[in-house]
Design a protein around this ligand. Sequence first.
Ligand SMILES: [Zn+2]
Length: 247
Amino acid sequence: MLPLIIDTHCHFDPEDVASELILEATSKQVGVLAVGGNATNNRTARESGVPFACGYDWSCVGAEINLESLPGMVAVGELGFDFHRGWSAEIEADQRERFARQAEFARSTNLPIIVHTREADQVTESALAAVALPKTGVIHSFTGDVAFARRLLDLGYYISFSGIVTFRNAEMLRETAKFVPVDRILVETDSPYLSPVPLRGKRNRPAYVRETAAFLAALRGVTLETFAEQTRQNTKVLFGAVEAWGI
Ligand SMILES: [Zn+2]
């Protein structure tokens, strides 16, 4: 019997048939956390029927600032900072404003946050430190070095690895993946992007998290069973005992 792995970060685009991807994942002993962030995949995450996260915008939470009207919502996000397409004071101010609004929602609901950071490490770190959420969250699809990981761990955050860790040129990231403590590591696909080796180039799907999990287990020198157990436990501590996942 395959050990159960939770894909803690996938997106459903409008062209994805979420029900089929979820069914396939279930048949491969993979649990799914559907993540929003923009108006489109906030909606598909919420409608997917699996535990979901969505960013606080009108397409998702709307005026319903109480969780009873959002069954299955286990996190806020993804949210964060991205200067890949360029930086300006206006862009940063806009992202800070959106971050603050969503972090406030997370605080008021005591939900963890799912954090995206790309070419924005210092801003992300300072924003997380400043907001000081008691529940913290996870830095998803992490690509940073050991030093950056350590500072985020010190702030109380979990670190999640996607298929990027399997890429040939990701040696520095593999050092980080060996470094993250056993009680702070998570695994994800970030599908439909970032398929792990040996599936690179294909459209990614939640079931493929098994490849990344097996890779990380071997890298960290533990059995897949042990790695699965550790990451399930971390998923449970961060997102709660979710019945749909059987944890
Ligand atoms: Zn994502």
